[in-house]
Design a protein around this ligand. Structure first.
Ligand SMILES: [Fe+2]
Ligand SMILES: [Fe+2]
Length: 260
């Protein structure tokens, strides 16, 4: 089993599709995951199943990988630092997850907005401008800024998974540029297609962070680093002087319009 622990999960599933089915039974959807950079031991570690459940799952995976060996489950995670019962994020990571919640509320409104938007209308132009501002200021400067400028600096960010995350951030910024020029030329079609692509990209991106990256990073941060991160996040917010309340009201108003 040890020889498989450091192999990429995508590669293992390609060779042994049944491993994917076993993982799915435990609520771990590695098959459809587009990141594909986790090793088998990361997958087990990240998902933090109760110890007994984890042992059982490992035993079943072993039975697929080495059916002729009838061995007890071999522990191969390094999660000594993480309590198996712990299901919650640390305070600083929870701050980022809470920011994701507001971003996701805006993303959820995008398909309906994109369907009806007409940049020839002054009202719609204003909605589009505010939506782009939300993306540039709240989602990018405030939120991605904390991730890239603070959180990731605690890790070796040359690891593959960070590259995936950075690439998503870069792509998001490129889409915003497209949206800004479409807004200026009042090209509704180009604007809405970029906006929709942004919504799809960020939805997937937030899923990667909430489900994979953040639990993983969280398990590697010390208590001292948690406290330090909270202080640095607060300082970063203060320096940006962003009116968080205005962005919340923007999302809330749109939700009311859509539902009313
Ligand atoms: Fe991110
Ligand atoms: Fe994020």
């Amino acid at each position: 089993m040890k020889e498989y622990a450091n192999r990429g999960i995508k590669e293992i599933i390609a060779e042994f599709p049944e491993v994917g089915s076993v993982l799915e039974e435990y609520g771990i959807g590695c098959g459809p995951c587009t990141i594909g950079v986790c090793r088998l031991k990361d997958v087990v570690e990240i998902h933090r199943l109760p110890q007994e459940t984890e042992d059982e799952m490992i035993r079943r995976i072993e039975a697929v990988l080495a059916p002729d060996k009838n061995m007890p489950a071999t522990p191969f995670t390094t999660r000594g630092m993480v309590s198996p019962e712990r299901k919650e994020y640390s305070i600083p990571i929870q701050i980022l997850v809470d920011e994701h919640k507001l971003i996701k509320r805006w993303l959820a409104l995008i398909p309906a907005i994109a369907t009806h938007l007409d940049l020839a209308s002054a009202d719609d132009r204003q909605t589009a401008e505010k939506g782009v501002q939300f993306i540039r200021i709240y989602a990018d400067r405030l939120h991605h800024g904390k991730e890239e400028g603070i959180l990731f600096s605690y890790f070796d960010d040359t690891v593959d998974i960070f590259e995936v995350i950075y690439e998503d951030h870069r792509r998001a910024r490129a889409l915003v540029q497209e949206m800004v020029s479409a807004l200026n030329s009042q090209n509704t079609e180009v604007f809405t297609s970029n906006l929709q692509e942004y919504a799809d990209l960020l939805t997937e991106h937030i899923h990667k962070e909430n489900e994979i990256l953040f639990p993983w990073l969280d398990s590697r941060l010390t208590e001292k680093e948690h406290l330090e991160l909270v202080t640095r996040f607060e300082k970063s917010d203060r320096n940006l002087v962003i009116d968080d309340h205005a962005f919340r009201s923007f999302v809330k108003r749109l939700e009311q319009q859509m539902n009313g």
